[in-house]
Design a protein around this ligand. Structure first.
Ligand code: DQA
Length: 150
């Protein structure tokens, strides 16, 4: 059976395509979902693609990934920089996670340079727009194939 990758998108990512397109691009979140599904199929993976503006909902989904998902790809949006709850959920889930951001968070405001998610993620991909999701799926596939244990 194909391994399942939970692709989680945090606050305001439902506005992708209309929200600050000069930073985040013109593709919609639906375009990103299609991109992920097509690439996952090439990798022999299944994608469970979700978005929420609610921190607690993301925490619950990350908790539920324990025992039900093989990998997590997470763009936590602004919660990246604030949420200890998401960090704790990632640590509790023990599912390998890859952090992704559309923009290069290191080239922007200073507050975006710190990521709580990074403390639990295997690695981070940022600055490549929607293609970052493809790169992150490749990273998750690599972890599952070659280094399933930390
Ligand atoms: C983001 C970067 C965050 O700083 C920001 O709050 C977002 C999107 C990105 O994908 O570049 O909402 O995660």
């Amino acid at each position: 059976m194909a391994e399942t990758i939970l692709v989680l998108n945090g606050p305001n990512l439902n506005m992708l395509g209309v929200r600050q397109p000069e930073i985040y691009g013109r593709e919609s979140l639906d375009d990103v979902r299609r991109l992920c599904e097509a690439h996952a199929e090439r990798l022999g993976l299944t994608v469970d693609f979700r978005q929420s503006n609610i921190e607690g909902e993301l925490v619950t989904w990350i908790q539920q990934a324990r025992g039900s998902a093989d990998g997590i790809l997470l763009n936590a949006g602004a919660l990246t920089h604030t949420s200890v709850a998401i960090l704790d959920a990632l640590l509790a889930s023990e599912v390998p996670a890859v952090e992704v951001h559309l923009s290069n968070i290191h080239q922007r405001e200073a507050f975006r340079r710190h990521s709580y998610v990074a403390l639990a993620a295997r690695g981070m991909i940022c600055g490549f727009g929607v293609h970052g999701y493809v790169l992150a799926l490749d990273a998750v596939a690599g972890i599952l194939r070659h280094a399933p244990q930390r």
